[in-house]
Each structure stands twice: as C-alpha cells, then as structure tokens.
Write a protein that binds this ligand. Sequence first.
Ligand code: IVH
Length: 667
Amino acid sequence: MAVPGDVVQKTKALRAEIEHHNYLYYVMDAPEITDQQYDQLMRELIQLESTYPELWTPDSPTLRVGGEVLAIFNTVRHRAPLLSLDNAYDAAELKTFDTRVKRALETDRELEYTAELKIDGLTVALTYENGVLTQAATRGNGEEGEDVTGNVKTIKSIPLRIDTGITRLGVRGEVFIKKADFEALNLQRDRIGEPLFANPRNAAAGALRQLDPKITANRPLDAFFYDILFLEGTQVATQMEGFHLLKECKLKINPESKLCQGIDQVIAFCEYWTERRDELPYEIDGIVIKVNSLSLQNQLGFTAKAPRSKIAYKFPAQQVETIVLDILVNVGRTGAVTPLAVLEPVKVAGSTVSRATLHNEDNVRDKDIRIGDRVIIQKAGDVIPEIVRSLPEKRSGNEKVFTMPQVCPECGATVYREPGEAAFRCIGASCPAQLREGIIHFVSREAMDIEGLGEAIVIQLIEAGLIHDVADLYRLKYEDLVHLERFGPKSATNLIQAITESQNNDLSRLLFALGIRHVGAGVARELADKYGSLERLMEASNDELTEIATIGPKIAASVVKYFSEPHNRQLVAKLKSFGINTSKTGELSNIPQKLAGKTIVVTGSLASFGRLEIEETIRKYGGKAGSSVSKKADFLLVGSDPGSKLEKARELGVPVIDETEFKRMLE
Ligand code: IVH
C-alpha cells in the first residue's frame, strides 16, 4: 500500500514535535506540554507507524519504548580504545600532575584546565552517522564493548538524530540514574519482592544490560556526555568548544563543568565539590581534570592505559557514625567462620549499609569493637564497607565484648584455628552452611553463571530436599520446580534451561565453581589452559603444578589435596555422569566445522535447544549466530512462535529452515 504524501509529512512533523518535547523535558528540565498531551502525540505516531510499516525509520521516537528482545549482545570493536584515567587522591597529587604536564609541554605558564564532575555511572560510546544515532556501545574492556543500541535508544534525554550537518560524531558519556529515581525504583522493587539494587550505579548497569529493551525503557536512565571521540564535518579546538558543540547537538552536558586557569583553581573546585557532592541529584565519585586545548592533549599523548592530559581526582572515602547492634558469625564455603557486624543502617557513599565484615577475631580485638559500640564506618566507591574504629568515649558501660564461638553455629562441629592463620574454621564435614555457600558459589556469575538461581532459590531447593550437592542441580526436573513457591511454569522452564546450558561451560568456569581453596577465577583459567581437561588436572602432581609460573606451592598443594579426597572425586564423577563438560571448550574442536562461513539467525523457540545453547552450537560448528535478519544471513532457523524475523527473511529471500533440517546440516 502506497503511503499518502500527507501521511509522510504528518509522521515527520509528529516525530520532530515529540523529540522537541523530549528535549525540553529530559534535557532542559522545562516541559511545555502535559504528560497527557505528550502521550497523545506518541499514540498518534504509533498508530501511523503500525498502519504504514514502510514509514518506520531507525530514529523514530517510538523506539523509545523498546524494540526487539535480544538473545545476546553483539560485541563491537571501538574505533579507538576507550581508555581510563589515572587517579589523584589529594591536592599534592594534583600539583604533581600539573608539574608533569608542564614539563612535558616545556612550559612554565599556567595551563587552562577543565574541571568536570565525575559522574558515577556507566560509560557509553555513541556514534551518529549523517545525523542518525547508529550505535551505542558499553566500554567493555576498552577495546571491545557490547552493542546496547536498542537499550540506549530508550533513554529519552539522548537524541536519536542530530540536525547540525555533522557527518560523523563519536561521543563518550556516562549513563546514570538520579538518586531520587533510584530510591523510587527500589521502593517499587521492594513492593513486588524483587531484590533491591545496592546503589544507583548498579541499578543503571542492570538497566543498560537488559536483553529486553522494554525493561530498559521502564527504568529512569539519564546520561551526560563529556568527550568527543571522533568528529567529521566540523572542528573544535578545545574541550570547552566540544561542550558547546555537544550542546548544539542537544546532547546533555553537565552544567557544573568549569574552565580553570591553573591548577590552584582546579584544586579549589575539587574542594568545593568534596563538601557539596551530597547536594547533587546524582552520584559523583570525583572530579575529572583535562587540559583544555585539544592540540596540547594530542601533544601529551597517552600512556598504555590513560591519556597524560587528563586525571581523575577521587574523593576521599566517606565516613559516618553508626551503632553495632550485634556481632554474628558467618560460615563460608571453605568452613571459614568470620565475624560480621550488624549495624544500624546508615547511608554512606551512595548505599545503605547495614552489615560490615569484621574479618577475624584479631581485628575485632585490635580495634576493640564491642556489641553496642558507636563506631565509624567507611566506604569508598564500590569497596565493601569496613569499620574504621570504635568510639570508646561514647560507651555507656552496657557494651558486650565479642568472643568467637567454640562450635559452629550451623552444625555444632568444633571451630578451630589453624596455626599461623587468622581464620577460624568449622571442621564439620557435612556442615549445612558450607554446603549452602558452596552451591551459591557454584552457580554464581563468575562460576557456572546459572541465571535465575540466586541465594534464596538455592536455600529453597536445599530445604525442599531437592539438592544435597552441586551435582544434584543437574538432576532437577521441571516437575520438581513448578509447584514450589515463587515458581511458575515460565520460571521453572527458564531455570531448567539455564542449568542445562551451564553443562557446556568451559572447564575454567567449572574449576572455579568447584571452590577449591586458593583457586580463584584467574588460577582456574590458568589451570584449564595448561591441562585442557579435568581428568588430566586430577592426575597432576605437586611438582608438575608448581612448574606453572603463576602457581605457587600453596595453590598446588590445595589442588592435589582436593582431588585426592574420595568424596571430591565422587562428586566429579557424578557431575560427569550428568554430562557436564570437563574440557577446555576451545579444545572440543575436533567437531566438524559444518557451518563454517555461514550466518544463521534464529527465531521462535526450538524443541531441543535453549536460546544460548543453539547459538553456542552454531558457533561450535564453525558458524556465526546472527542477531537480525539481513541479506548477509545464510539461513533463518525457525522454531515455534516465530517473530517478525520470519516475515523479514521471506521479504529478503533468506532461506528458512526448521530444527530437523538444521540437525541434518550438522551430520
Ligand atoms: S573522561 C580517557 N570525563 O570516569 C578517559 N570520564 O576513570 C576519558 N567519568 O571511565 C574519561 N565522568 O566512565 C571523563 N566528565 C567525565 C567523566 C568521566 C565520569 C567516568 C568514565 C571513565 C571514568 C574514568
């Protein structure tokens, strides 16, 4: 159906009008119409676009409600690495930075610097091509990030197009959630029984990394932009001019940025905001200082990690006073029994803190921390809060001295202290706390990464008698879960699927997940690389292990001891009997590369593969799992309830196959 000319015009006008009001509301904080009037405009546009799908464009504001659900994020390589910054912690270090810069530029003259608030959020890099937002990526490891374009398009303060005649613009900014929006979000989550976010930064990270952009669209994300990464079609000479350009592009810039003459003005700015950071509606964790002139920035160049022309001043750790309500002991997966302070909840550095680890008995004694004491706690950025000192001068006399229990509070076994170690350990072989913590560790993100299996569910499964060790997870069936509290058909299916998918994890994950003492994620990767299979590692001797440069005698002894214990060997055998992969995934590649050079896109649900599983299978057989249908796709693999991809494939003439045909291709 041809689109009438007036409809085309109307659509264009509506889009421009909606974006104008978005800008007024989300960037300028000065709306001119009511929410209802805005909704009415949006409804009209949605109506037109659904009647005439040909009208759809990648910069339509209707994308702000969230587009297609992804199976995984694609990886994108940044045009130039997104570096990080060196840090300065006080005025003296800022002066050293200034001296270093002047020396490198061979000048004695005072330099112009910009001082900018360091927003505590997540870096995003946006690309606008011919005015249209074409890509948004996370920083990732600096070289490669994740493609979060669909999610970023839902952030209303970010323009989907810029009308300034700039042909290419790359811009770096920070996505964040305002303090008040964060509080409201947590309140709402609490009401529906969802776990709370620890701080606005975590909430923003969670929102930006949603595979379903509709969820992102419902989270109150905002963004400030501060660095131009690349620019074609015009030029700027200074950081300040860059801000003006960004402003012209209607990208939101932080209003507090200041041009400083010399480092003393910079230091004054840092001191000012150290005192007043709490008054801001969003979290900041420091000040970023940059040489204003871009040609001087170029002249100064970079070290391996950071530009020499910029530095981050990090605020000192925040300290607040609170009360130790109780001291409990916590039994970890290795049996370590550690004291834990229960605190009267206080806000510090963006989070509400109600617990602090006390590490060990010596620490409690050395700092003389008693139950009932007023104490000073400290928290810096993402670091775990700690008790700095107690305030004995504020004691009433009713405080109680803490002593380590002689027996494990969870299983009653003896608690002993190994000579030369600060930690106490429970010797109970079947201590429920160790079992529980071991399973929680096994399923955690860095270990087997089983989504949907949080602490509460692990406890529930143990209490229901469904799991007695980590291998039992792989015995679980849909029927075991579906009738449990907090489960329904969908969550039961998802969990079984996530557990099944974890069977194919790389050996390094499994090794870390087993919880062998002293084997962290890094050591696990090292061991997986060196040995290639669990079977080979299990036979390794002490001497052989210590030949690896990074494996010391302590780690080697621990690995040998772990695999010499019959019940650990039995556990490994049990895991293997459930089909858990015990090899380094890269080494599985005697698999025939039947799909080499082929891009396969999947839509709908498949009978014998989960979402991630099918993509992994495609990759294992040498193919590429595409995320959207384009002419480049070789096949569309269709399951039941296919989405709009099927129509698109037919339109583009991409061959459509079903699961049976796909399996035949692998034979
Ligand atoms: S400039 C080459 N400016 O702080 C690095 N960063 O440790 C350029 N950040 O990863 C970064 N506000 O996520 C810069 N006004 C600002 C910033 C800022 C927040 C974050 C950013 C960066 C980290 C630096």
